[in-house]
Design a protein around this ligand. Structure first.
Ligand code: F6P
Length: 345
């Protein structure tokens, strides 16, 4: 029986979202179903903004960054009114099922909707790669590629000027981008949220390297990195928060850079990569993963596997319960960090 499926993209954008949308729409349409695109994540459901998506409307979007549907960090469960308006629009749209493409916040909302009786399938995405239940999320490989290229470029100028270069990458709760790009780019130190750092130890590493004749260093810092308590660095709290309660991060590398220069006497510069990591065309890996996720999501709807998320496990795409995906953050495993640490200092 032909179905009418809704699809939305929520949370921070990432390369691969359009590839996933194209896969959902083409696979659904070729199976005899129709797709309604909900604009700007949960905001579109609350405001009743949508547009029918066809093979024609998704043609040519595979390599494009961003999302043709738009996205937002709007929380459907912000209050009783937003929820009531969203549910009313869901009925008005006449949807048989909803495919929600997002990270922990978007999929957390999807889980609550499923618990309330709505037929939902989740598709994981985030450059942070911190969603549980899946080995990788699309967007991550592209972000690592961009960060690695930046580190390569910073290497030559660091060496020419005998400087320490501190590179800040994204990673609110986890250091996946930092560790992957740090290993790929040959970092001399990597700071991640999972492993509170000791600034004195970091400066020792930089000095040790200098004493071995290497008068330049590359330090990669995840934006969510935290100093050890009592280590002489305190972070200011109280920045702007989104509707899911997350603080806007960015800038810890300025504190780290200033402290390195003060303690080692080596001239230090800071580069914050920021949203550059989320923009532009996805890598082939992310295009393929996003395409596989989009096709599998439609299959899961056909098979009636609701309350699930498509997930990459090894070489296969499988269905996992949404509760497994949003229950807890997937942290960098210490075996991987230990590999990175071999090359520090
Ligand atoms: O959630 C992904 C992410 O890129 C985080 O790494 C980062 O902290 C956050 O989004 C930035 O969000 P915004 O685009 O709202 O500034």
């Amino acid at each position: 029986m032909a179905m009418k499926m809704g699809v939305l993209t929520g949370g921070g954008d990432c390369p691969g979202l359009n590839a996933a949308l194209r896969a959902v729409v083409k696979h659904a349409e070729r199976s005899g179903d129709s797709i309604l695109g909900i604009k700007n994540g949960w905001a579109g459901l609350i405001q009743g903004q949508c547009e029918p998506l066809t093979e024609y409307s998704v043609s040519g979007i595979l390599p494009k960054g961003g999302t043709i549907l738009g996205t937002s960090r709007t929380n459907l469960f912000k209050n009783a009114e937003t929820l009531q308006r969203g549910l009313a629009n869901y009925s008005r749209f006449g949807l048989d099922a909803l495919i929600a493409i997002g990270g922990e916040d978007t999929l957390g909302v999807a889980l609550k909707l499923h618990e309330g009786g709505i037929k939902v399938v989740g598709v994981p995405k985030t450059i942070d790669n911190d969603l549980s239940g899946t080995d990788f999320t699309f967007g991550f490989d592209t972000a690592v590629y961009i960060a690695t290229e930046a580190i390569d470029r910073l290497h030559s100028t660091a060496e020419a000027h005998h400087r320490v270069m501190v590179v800040e990458v994204m990673g609110r709760h986890t250091g996946w981008i930092a560790v992957y790009s740090g290993i790929a780019g040959g970092a001399d130190g990597i700071l991640i949220p999972e492993h509170p750092f000791d600034i004195a130890e970091l400066c020792e590493q930089v000095k040790r390297r200098q004493s071995r004749g290497k008068d330049f260093s590359i330090i990669v810092v995840a934006e969510g990195a935290k100093p050890k308590e009592g280590g002489g660095i305190t972070l200011t709290k109280g920045g702007a928060r989104d509707e899911f309660g997350h603080e806007r991060l960015g800038g810890i590398s300025n504190i780290v850079g200033a402290e390195i220069e003060r303690r080692t006497g080596i001239e230090t510069r800071v580069t914050i990569l920021g949203h550059v990591q989320r923009g532009g065309t996805p890598t082939p890996f992310d295009r393929i993963l996003a395409t596989r996720c989009g096709v599998s999501a439609v299959n899961q709807v056909h098979e009636g596997k609701f309350g699930t998320m498509v997930a990459m496990r090894g070489q296969t795409i499988v269905a996992v319960p949404l509760s497994e995906a949003v229950g807890q953050i997937k942290q960098v495993n210490m075996e991987l960090f230990d590999v990175a640490r071999v090359f520090f200092g």
